[in-house]
Ligand binder design. Structure first.
Ligand code: ADP
Length: 403
């Protein structure tokens, strides 16, 4: 089975063609600057096929972008499939499903309407996701089934005690203001892989999944269900991130807006784009740059890393408390998978809850699923590369097979 996975943004579109049964990736790439000057990248994963790197392709809208993807996939020299008919279904990443979607769904007119109703909750992302879906329908026609996989869905099992904000309840009732959480596809994927690695049913495990990348979030997964997560109504909450502030006293906003005469747009720009480890360090949002600056003695780069690691550790403790214990802590995404020293810092001092100093040899390994727990650790510490596209393809295949 071949599933085309689409992650559409307002002016970009990431794609992968893969077989969810074998996990084999056939091709992937990126359409950028849609509606501007159109840059197209295509990376076939089959020997002897040539890649295209950011070539100019006219893409006034997402429909031309999808058409360019299909043309590349079926190209007689460098394509990876013989015809469009070999695409069995399309799986779309959709950012916000609100309270309407607790799992992935087949796209229908009614589902499209329900996604549109979630637009106010993710005004930058959901409209773009819908454009991507409509573009696929325009190019592939309605006989190729399409499935929506939501970033928020996995977190819909959170109990009210975890998702309710302590503001007047009418804002939840009238406006659906609550914690939703994001990165759900990744948290679900790695928690399932963790159970497989531990050789135990996920229904018997308490797992803390740390998705640490440019955007970062942590989830508490008890018996296979998310019971709490750090992101909130929007992906600005929780941990400090590359450029996002994470949790903060809301009073800071009033102070800064009054002092500098900012409007809300300017304030949000600071919190989304200029804060996080970039804001603290003044160096970079990228942990590799922070490591380099730290090595040169830059104290703010070190402080940025320390604040980040401290907050991760704090949430690990909080989620162990929320679940009444923890069997495994999982690290994933760019920083989680590639930062051995950060993993040590984030788990250091957790001996009281059964985490011993990590196995340094295992912790130095990269690019594979690995148990990095130290000797005598009651809690397993695992590094698991995330694969959201595979999870989207697996969901899509499961739904389509049932049609
Ligand atoms: P996104 O949220 O954009 O998907 P990623 O999961 O790709 O982000 O994570 C990107 C981040 O991962 C980079 O900003 C960088 O800080 C970090 N990262 C990537 N490679 C390494 C590395 N080798 N060492 C430390 N950090 C890394």
């Amino acid at each position: 089975m071949n599933i085309l996975v689409i992650n559409a943004g307002s002016s970009s579109l990431k794609y992968q063609l893969l077989d969810p049964d074998s996990g084999k990736l056939l091709a992937k790439g990126l359409c950028e600057r849609i509606g501007i000057d159109g840059k197209f990248t295509y990376k076939p994963q089959i020997e002897g096929k040539n890649a295209l790197n950011a070539v100019d392709v006219a893409m006034p809208t997402h429909s031309e972008a999808i058409q360019a993807v299909l043309n590349a996939l079926v190209d007689k020299d460098n394509g990876v499939i013989a015809s469009m008919e070999e695409i069995d279904a399309v799986g779309h990443r959709v950012v916000h499903g609100g309270e309407s979607f607790a799992s992935s769904v087949l796209l229908t007119d009614d589902v499209m309407k329900a996604i549109e109703q979630c637009n106010p909750l993710a005004p930058l992302h959901n409209p773009a996701n819908l454009i991507g879906i409509n573009a696929c329908t325009a190019v592939l026609g309605s006989k190729t089934p399409q499935v929506a996989v939501f970033d928020t869905a996995f977190h819909q099992t959170m109990p009210p005690v975890a998702y309710t904000y302590a503001i007047p309840y009418e804002y939840y009732e009238n406006d659906k203001i609550r914690r939703y959480g994001f990165h759900g596809t990744s948290h679900r994927f790695v928690s399932q892989r963790a159970a497989a690695m531990l050789g135990k049913p996920i229904e018997e495990l308490k797992i803390i999944t740390c998705h640490l990348g440019n955007g970062s979030s942590i989830a508490a997964v008890k018996n296979g269900k998310c019971v709490d997560t750090t992101m909130g109504l929007t992906p600005l909450a929780g941990l400090p991130m590359g450029t996002r502030a994470g949790d903060m006293d809301a009073g800071v906003m009033e102070f800064l807006m009054n002092k500098y005469g900012w409007d809300m747009k300017e304030m949000m720009n600071v919190l989304n784009k200029k804060s996080g480890v970039l804001g603290i360090s003044g160096v970079s949002s990228d942990f590799r740059d922070l490591d380099a600056a730290d090595e040169q003695g830059n104290v703010r780069a070190k402080l940025a890393k320390d604040v980040f690691c401290y907050d991760v550790k704090k949430y690990i403790g909080a989620y162990a408390a929320a679940m009444g214990g923890v069997d495994a802590i999982v690290f994933t995404a760019g920083v989680g998978e590639n930062g051995p020293a950060l993993r040590i810092a984030m788990t250091d001092g957790l001996e009281y809850m059964g985490v011993t100093h990590l196995n340094e040899q295992a912790n130095a390994v990269r690019g594979q699923e690995i148990d990095v727990s130290g000797e005598g650790s009651r809690v397993r510490v695992l590094v698991i590369p995330t694969n959201e596209e595979l999870m989207i393809a697996m969901d899509t295949a499961e739904i389509v097979k049932g049609l």
